[in-house]
Write a new protein. Sequence first.
Length: 292
Amino acid sequence: MFKKKQKFFSIKRFLLLLVLAVFLAFGSKVFIAEAYRIPTSSMETTLSAGDYVIVNKLTYGPRTPEYLPFTGIKIPSIKFPIISNIERNDVLIFDFPDILNTDFPNGKSNYIKRCVALPGDTLSIINRIVYVNGHELPPPSTLHFSRTKSKYFGVPNKFIFPNDAEWNEDNYGPILIPRKGLSINLAPRNFKRWMDLIKYENPGRIVYSESNKLYFEGEELTSYTFKNNYYFFLGDNRDESFDSRFWGFVPEQNIIGKPFFIYWSVNHNAEITDISKLWNSIRWSRIGTIIK
């Protein structure tokens, strides 16, 4: 009888420890650190497609899950404040900003880029050189271009954000990065640029333009005060990067964390037909690399 009772308590203790281990692992994944895979070459050579990285989530405002684990049921999510300030040239992972009404990936897609401008900054790109608040931003050592020449100033790219600007990838701006509490004046020359962002910050509210005027809930809107902080991101592989030049600003609440360590790397383009080719596809020199 005593042995049966002891066995029962052993099983109960094991299950309790198992539940605790799962809870701690889940909590660590949500609030402290998580592993991610790099899917594209837009951050080459800082990060290569096929790199697996550990991301620090704690200091950049962890967020509770948006869906119940192992289900597609959406639940309210809480974003905690950012503890450590984001700095220019930080490499960060974020949810794709679902602000523009386009066919781009939705907010479930994770992107990794380099932050080049902070809330309240004014950014310009002149012949591929990035300027922030009138000063040249020191480029990362990994910055490179696939095209030999810069695109000419005044030759617009219709896919560039915002779509009313006569800009291209290499000559861009100036553009203001919105900051929480910052007010702007709205006029026919600029309200198209800000209309999607105003809609994003006011879900369910009616925002529309008519006769060269912008209306909010039926009343003309001549100024607007931003409710959130935003950031501007670029890829290190500049000509092959789908970044803020094409889809705009990243809200602070979309930022997940900072990748700091490559724990695994494999060439996904390699044809793997046997163990030797699998072994050769592993990029040993990248494993253990600290991300800067």
